[in-house]
Design a protein around this ligand. Sequence first.
Ligand SMILES: Nc1ncnc2c1ncn2[C@@H]1O[C@H](COP(=O)(O)OP(=O)(O)OP(=O)(O)O)[C@@H](O)[C@H]1O
Ligand SMILES: [Mg+2]
Length: 324
Amino acid sequence: MIRLEGVEKSFDGGHAALAGVDLDIAAGEIFGIIGRSGAGKSTLVRLLNGLERPSAGRVLVDGIDVATLRAEPLRALRRRIGMIFQNFGLLSSRTAAGNVALPLRIAGASSADIAAKVPALLDRVGLADHGGRYPAQLSGGQKQRVGIARALATGPDMLLCDEATSALDPETTRSILALIADLNRDLGLTILLITHEMDVVRQVCDRVAVLHTGRIVESGHVADLFLDPQAPETHALLAEAGEDTDAADPGFAGTILRFTLEGGATWEPVLTRIARETGVDFAILGGRIGRFKTARYGQFTLGLTGGDTEAAIAALRRHGRVAA
Ligand SMILES: Nc1ncnc2c1ncn2[C@@H]1O[C@H](COP(=O)(O)OP(=O)(O)OP(=O)(O)O)[C@@H](O)[C@H]1O
Ligand SMILES: [Mg+2]
């Protein structure tokens, strides 16, 4: 659905905001792009909806080279791309219903069509009773719901979310992410989520790419990237988000390893059973239990002493992943 081939983007006189990005996003997936401020995330979004043109490389949306489009086909493409922003981008002089109606008016919809569609769109985002309120009378989460209803107005098949939850508290963030996941499931929307928050990726994304100073340093399925990060930039982002990516204790006298469980195995008393069978004692030096989307995982740094260490490691491998 979305493909970037060797995309570079430099602004006049400045360094490259994007320095050779290749990316493939399939129809119907929720794809996250994570990176620090200035990494080039918003620039990438602006290339997708044709607000900017690449200095080199190609940006393809559903097979269409965006940079080659003239005004009318570009407008047609933009109707297929819903945009959601951090600061919501609502017009303060219009009610929630008026904001949602705007893209329909611009697309030339009839008043009857608008009158029929707007309440359904507001209902879709859980704001059926708020159509008459002005943005100043809405909470941040409600404003973002209006922003999402507006993005859905032209019947898009993809949503680009640029820091859509960055202005919201954790609980409101969760509710907006749940809405985005529902839209992905119910409408089959392809969703690109740009964020600097690892937790956002963990909660809704299928795959993720790490963008660092204009380059993708790592990409893959969310569980693989979180549980076995390769790039130092990914390690750093995870560590800041409170993930322990390197919990080895140099003072521990014994065998130290990382043990990762996924799915149903996280509910089983794996360690005590192996301890009993092999005589090995386990010290838990670090770790956590969490979720990706709905899948549970546990990852621990273990210190092994005594007993039959080889047998214990073989048994650990039968239940999960083991890394030195
Ligand atoms: N119109 C522009 N003219 C000149 N430089 C720009 C322009 N837009 C972006 N840049 C530069 O390109 C780089 C990437 O900016 P971009 O907005 O894509 O980063 P970002 O990853 O979205 O950051 P943030 O997380 O802060 O939103 C920055 O160095 C920025 O200053
Ligand atoms: Mg940005």
